[in-house]
Ligand binder design. Structure first.
Ligand code: ATP
Ligand code: MG
Length: 437
C-alpha cells in the first residue's frame, strides 16, 4: 500500500517549516556522546524529535516550491513524499508519560565535583558560510543564541544520572532509534532519485544545463541531507550499546581519525576501481606524504568519501590523458599538511588539467565529461553497490559539501595542458556550526 499525505499533515509541516534549524558542531556532538546514559539519550531523543521534523519540513516546503515545473516531476514528488512520511513517523511517535519527579530530574544539569558541569562549548561561525547565507541558529549549551529572538534548543544537556530511570525511558529510546533507522533506510536513494528528477525535468523542458537556482537548491538540499544523516547516524550509533566498546569513537565520530591510514585506504580503493574499469593490470601510482601519527577529530566516512572521489578523478584524468596502454604514468601525489587551524590535503595529478572556462562547470551537479552516464540505480547508496569510476557528475560538488559541513572546503586549481591540484581543507577546530538553511 502506498503512503498518502493528508491536508492536516501538510499543515503541520508548514507550521514546523517556520522554525529555523539549529546547527550543531562536531565538538558538541562529541561532548554530548561521551557518556550517554538512558536519561541523556532521552534528552537527545527529545532534541531530535523537534529538530529533525523542522529540517524535514524545510525540505518538503522547498521541494514543493521548486520553480519551472521541477516540483511536478515524478521523482521529485516521490522524494517529497519520503520527507513528509519521515516527518509523520517522528511527530506521531507516542511519548512516554513521565512522573513529574522524573521530568524534573531530566532537566537537572549534571553535577561534577559538586559543581554544575559546564555544558556545551559554543559553536563558532562556519568559515565556509557567507554572512546571511543561512538561517540556521547555533546550538549553544547555555540555551541562548545571541541576537536571535527565539531561544535555540539545546543539543546537549547532560543529565544527572544517579539512580535508576523508569523502564519507559529506555523503551522509548529504543523505539525512537528504530524509527530513525527506518527513516535513514527510506532516504538511502534520495541523491539518485533527485538526480533522476532533474533528468526528467531536463527532458521535459528541453534543457541542457541546470540554472543557478536549481544548482543552489541542490547544494542546500544535499547539505541538509548530510546534516540530517549525521544527526541520525550519530544517534543510532550512540543508542547501540555495542558501539561504546570502540576506543576513540563517539558514535560515528572518531576522535583520533588517522589521516594517513584513511588516505592509504582511499588510494588502494581508487586504484582498484581504476584497474577494474580500464582493465589494467596496474593503475597509475599514487605517492602519499603524511606523518604516520597525524590524527584529528572527524567522521572517517566523510573523509574517505572525499578522498576516494578526488582520487578517482585524478586517476581517470591520468589514464585518459596518457592512454591506458601506457607503460608508466606520472605519479599522482597526495600531500598532507598539518596546521593549527586546518589539516590540508593536496592531490596533485598530471592528468592534463581542465580548461579555465570549464572550472565553474565541474562544481555543477551532473556535469561530467563521461559520454554515457552509468544507469541511475536507486540502490546507489546501498553497501553492496559497486562504485563506478566516473559518470554522474556528483563527485566534486558532493565532496565539497562534506568538506564545508564541518567548516572545511574543497578547492581546485588546474593548469590546462599539465594537471590539476585539488586542495581539501579540513577544519580541525571542529567547533563551527553546521551550515544549514
Ligand atoms: N583531476 C582532474 N583532472 C581533469 N579533469 C577533472 C579532474 N577532476 C574532475 N575533472 C572533470 O570534472 C568533471 C566532474 O567531476 P566529478 O567528479 O564531479 O564527476 P565525474 O567524475 O564525471 O562523475 P562522478 O560523479 O562519478 O564522480 C569530470 O567529468 C572531469 O571532466
Ligand atoms: Mg568523479
Amino acid at each position: 500500500m502506498s503512503w498518502k499525505s493528508t491536508e492536516r499533515l501538510m499543515q503541520t509541516i508548514k507550521h514546523y517549516s517556520g522554525f529555523p534549524a539549529t546547527g550543531v558542531s562536531l565538538r558538541q556532538m562529541v561532548q554530548f556522546g561521551e557518556r550517554p546514559s538512558t536519561g541523556t539519550l532521552f534528552r537527545a531523543s527529545q532534541f531530535l524529535s523537534e529538530e529533525l521534523p523542522i529540517r524535514l519540513a524545510h525540505r518538503v516546503q522547498e521541494l514543493g516550491d521548486l520553480p519551472d515545473g521541477l516540483n511536478e516531476m515524478p521523482s521529485i514528488k516521490k522524494v517529497r513524499d519520503w520527507y513528509s512520511q519521515s516527518f509523520e513517523d517522528i511527530t506521531t511517535l507516542p511519548r512516554p508519560n513521565l512522573d513529574p519527579e522524573i521530568k524534573e530530574r531530566l532537566l537537572r544539569p549534571m553535577k561534577q565535583n559538586g559543581r554544575e558541569s559546564k555544558i556545551l562549548s559554543q559553536t563558532t561561525h562556519n568559515p565556509s558560510v557567507k554572512e546571511g547565507q543561512y538561517r540556521s541558529q547555533q546550538a549553544n549549551g547555555n540555551g541562548s543564541s545571541g541576537t536571535s529572538k527565539s531561544p535555540a534548543r539545546r543539543y546537549y544537556a547532560s543529565v544527572e544520572d544517579e539512580g535508576d530511570w523508569p523502564p519507559e525511558l529506555n523503551a522509548y529510546n529504543k523505539k525512537f532509534a528504530k524509527t530513525l533507522e527506518g527513516i535513514k533506510r527510506r532516504h538511502d536513494g534520495v541523491v539518485t532519485t533527485v538526480a533522476q528528477g532533474i533528468n526528467e525535468y531536463k527532458r521535459k523542458r528541453q534543457r541542457m544545463q541546470i540554472n543557478n537556482d536549481i544548482q543552489s537548491f541542490l547544494d542546500r538540499f544535499y547539505m541538509s541531507r548530510i546534516g540530517i544523516r549525521m544527526l541520525i547516524g550519530q544517534h543510532i550509533a550512540l543508542t547501540d550499546q555495542r558501539s561504546h566498546n570502540e576506543p576513540n569513537y563517539v558514535g560515528i565520530i572518531c576522535t583520533k581519525t588517522n589521516v594517513r591510514e584513511l588516505a592509504q585506504e582511499a588510494i588502494d580503493n581508487a586504484r582498484f576501481v581504476c584497474e577494474d574499469h580500464y582493465g589494467m593490470f596496474d593503475a597509475p601510482k599514487v605517492q602519499l606524504v603524511c606523518k604516520p601519527d597525524l590524527h584529528f577529530m572527524y567522521v572517517p566516512g566523510h573523509l574517505s568519501h572525499m578522498l576516494f572521489e578526488t582520487l578517482k578523478n585524478s586517476l581517470r584524468a591520468v589514464v585518459e590523458t596518457h592512454g591506458p596502454e601506457k607503460e608508466e604514468f606520472p605519479v599522482t601525489k597526495v600531500i598532507v599538511a598539518e596546521g593549527k587551524e586546518d589539516i590540508t590535503i593536496k592531490i596533485s595529478d598530471e592528468g592534463g588539467g581542465i580548461p579555465r572556462s570549464v572550472i565553474p562547470l565541474v562544481w555543477t551537479y551532473m556535469y561530467t565529461t563521461v559520454d554515457t552516464t552509468p544507469d541511475l540505480d536507486p540502490d546507489f547508496n546501498k553497501s553492496d553497490f559497486k562504485a563506478p569510476m566516473a559518470g554522474f557528475g556528483y563527485g566534486l560538488p558532493i565532496s565539497r559539501l562534506y568538506a564545508r559541513y564541518f567548516g572545511g572546503d574543497l578547492k581546485l586549481i588546474s593548469m590546462e595542458g599539465y594537471g590539476t591540484d585539488v586542495y581539501l581543507h579540513l577544519n580541525r577546530l571542529s567547533s563551527s556550526s553546521e551550515p544549514l538553511q
